[in-house]
Design a protein around this ligand. Sequence first.
Ligand code: HEM
Length: 208
Amino acid sequence: MSENNVVSRYTTGARINHWITAISLILLALSGMALFHPSLYFLTNLFGGGQMTRAVHPWIGVVLFFSFLGLFFRFFTLNLWNCDDTVWMKNLGKVINNEEEGLPELGKYNAGQKLVFWGQSILILLLFCSGLVLWDVYFEAYTSIDQKRLSAVVHALCAIGAILIWIVHVYAAIWVKGTLRAMTRGSVTRGWSWKHHRKWFRQEVGKH
Ligand code: HEM
């Protein structure tokens, strides 16, 4: 494909930021599940045993938190909700049936992507805060047993939510053909942009 046919979507910095976030979340899910239930304890082998898993899991959480914070500040203005998003959500059936013509033209992100963004923003914040309460090595003295119990429930529920949203995110990225290259190569085709994010496409083309 000639470079004339593509539109730049992510800088190298944004892509590195995104993939650090993605790898951290996968490692957290694996180590977290290992700690969550005895039937999943075998997953500790990936991290050098039970003690190592318990020790590294919170640190990977710190990496995820700050890495996601980077994504948050890069993208939050583009994820603010507007009236077109409400119309788009109401017509989700048409979108799924590939009948997007007639729906409002979209900016850089559609309503589904925005919900993923805000969902992960809230859940990662809750995971980080509840994780700190559970991190006894450093913070045992600062919280009560009841607070730790509550945090354990919040932490587990938010982790399930974040993993489910992650599955939706990856499924959508694969399902909408031509999307993955946005995060691998940093660019998308003009056809993809015109079909899925026409308002954004017009803005990008108008810049040159
Ligand atoms: C293997 C896992 C993942 C894959 C294959 C993947 C794929 C992608 C792709 C292709 C895009 C570009 C979409 C577009 O520009 O339209 C994207 C954007 C994005 N991804 Fe991921 N991703 C993964 C994991 C994650 C994780 C774990 C998070 C956060 C917890 C995340 C957060 C984001 C954010 C914030 C954006 C920008 C979209 C927005 O702001 O709404 N991704 N991802």
